[in-house]
Design a protein around this ligand. Structure first.
Ligand code: NAD
Length: 476
């Protein structure tokens, strides 16, 4: 079996230690991967630092051209990348092929365009100074990604990072290293100079810690759990941060909502991506007058979702990423029952084909009559396990929606305009979708409040993470 290497300074580099990456649907070993630590991180940061001056000085038009070429290469490799992603992380092929990998190409097209319109502010002041703002690249940036939508997240970080003239050292999750490796290869194929993008594989406590605490790393764009985000803030010292962390997003449905559309969207927001989605609508908060009907319809529809081989285009729900994550999700399913929530669907293992016997399978599981103070309503389960919670009044809906440490996304279903305006203000979240599932437009500021993180990425919001604003004041 070949070993997947790091990519440092444009060259493949190995490590004495390795780890295996497994197919979560079968348990088979997909590849052996070099496991980096301090030495590999030092080499990657040195390569990124050396490449920085020339890359930062590369004309914007040329950087944009190279990023567009990278986007084209990704677009040309969608079937291959989608299959690799599905094998490595268990996201179903219908999603990886149609949505997640094509979106990765869009990330590069988008930021290639954006940098050509980037400009600072200019103003004259009473003191006889002309002020202007320069947005300058920060230098070497650490890009740390989780396993749930690995290629999309990796490119969502790499595109702005490189577009603004920074160089990067990426550490992908040890559970899903394969498509990031292809990304590093395609970066070179696109003609982006060696050292501008470097990839070190490894565990969080080894490669990850070494990277975030490295003194030559100037900024960290991190996506992952709130626990790890807190830990990184402590180890990293004074650096620029973007922290895209966990969520427990409320999905609030009033009795005047378009019932069928709300039902469809509620199902999509918790069961797509196997429920392993930071913006999952995992607390479905339903007005009491339609609550029992909704519980029955939701459970009936969820029971029909096909669980199985993620490479089959008809599959809706694939496996959990790892044995450890499977155990975490099933422990929450037990806990929900211990806490007294009503189990209306699932709770066990789905039947799967013989070749999938070694996979990490969880049945779509629905809990109703959940009290928002229960652990299953407070913790991020990150699996196909929604909590259905009844409410009576608008005030109660807001209180329940906000009664969580998290504040990433939120969903609101009602035809009452005044209520939309009041609740959009009152809900503590970085994003509110009204009468809609999560529909991403790359111009939106993406990010969360409270324990869901700091900073926003997308559009000009990405300047704050990947650029330094320098003011120049000229006396006249
Ligand atoms: P995780 O925090 O365990 O790991 C994320 C990454 O951090 C991995 O690459 C890991 O190796 C690395 N890491 C771990 N410890 C580290 C350390 N001490 N120093 C540096 N790096 C370290 O998260 P996960 O289980 O891979 O991903 C799931 C989590 O990610 C969920 O909480 C989910 O909500 C969150 N997530 C958030 C968003 C968002 O945009 N807000 C998007 C996707 C996933």
């Amino acid at each position: 079996m070949s070993t997947i290497q790091h990519l440092i300074g444009g060259r493949e580099v190995g490590s004495a230690e390795t780890f295996d990456t497994l197919n979560p649907a079968t348990g088979e070993v997909l590849a052996r991967v070099a496991s980096g630590g301090q030495d590999e991180v030092n080499a990657a940061v040195a390569a990124a630092k050396a490449a920085f001056p020339a890359w930062a000085a590369t004309p914007v038009k040329e950087r944009a051209r190279l990023l567009r070429r990278l986007g084209d290469l990704i677009a040309a490799h969608v079937p291959e990348l989608a299959e690799l992603e599905t094998r490595d992380c268990g996201q179903v092929i219908g999603q990886t092929k149609k949505a997640l990998i094509p979106r990765a190409a869009d990330n590069f097209y988008y930021f290639a365009e954006l940098i050509q319109h980037q400009h600072g502010e200019t103003y004259d002041s009473d003191t006889g100074h002309l002020n202007y703002t320069l947005w300058q690249p920060v230098g070497v940036v650490a890009l740390i990604s989780p396993w749930n939508v690995p290629f999309m997240t990796a490119t969502w970080k790499t595109a702005p990072c490189l577009a603004f003239g920074n160089t990067a050292v990426m550490k992908m999750s040890e559970l899903s290293p394969l498509t990031a490796t292809r990304l590093a290869q395609l970066v070179l194929e696109a003609g982006i100079p060696p050292g501008v993008f470097n990839l070190v594989h490894g565990y969080g406590h080894t490669a990850g810690e070494a990277l975030v605490s490295h003194p030559d790393v100037r900024a960290i764009s991190f996506t992952g759990s709130t626990v790890t985000g807190n830990r990184i803030v402590k180890s990293a010292g004074l650096k620029k941060f973007s922290m895209e962390l966990g969520g427990k997003s409320p999905f609030v449905i009033f009795d005047d909502a378009d019932y069928e559309r709300a039902l469809d969207a509620a199902l999509f927001m918790i069961f797509s991506n196997n429920g392993e989605r930071c913006t999952a609508g995992s607390r479905i908060i339903v007005q009491h007058s339609i609550y029992e009907r909704f519980v029955a319809d939701f459970a009936a529809r969820a029971a029909k979702l096909t669980v199985g081989d993620p490479l089959d285009p008809n599959t809706i729900i694939g496996p959990m990423i790892s044995r450890g994550h499977y155990e975490k999700v099933t422990r929450y399913i037990e806990l929900g029952q211990e806490e007294g929530a009503r189990l209306v669907l699932g709770g066990g293992k789905p039947e799967v084909a013989a070749h999938l016997a070694g996979g990490n399978w969880v049945q779509p599981t629905v809990f109703a009559d959940v009290d928002n103070r229960m652990t299953i309503a407070q913790d991020e389960i990150f699996g196909p396990v929604p909590c259905l919670i009844p409410f009576k009044t608008e005030e109660e809906a807001v209180r329940i929606a906000n009664d969580t440490p998290y504040g990433l996304s939120s969903y609101l279903w009602t035809e009452n305009t005044g209520r939309v305006l009041r609740m959009a203000k009152a809900i503590e979240a970085g994003m509110t979708f009204v009468n809609s599932q999560n529909v991403r437009d790359l111009r939106q500021p993406f990010g969360g409040t409270k324990a869901s993180g700091t900073g926003r990425e997308g559009n000009h919001y990405s300047y704050e993470v990947f650029c330094e604003a320098k003011n120049v004041a000229i006396s006249y």
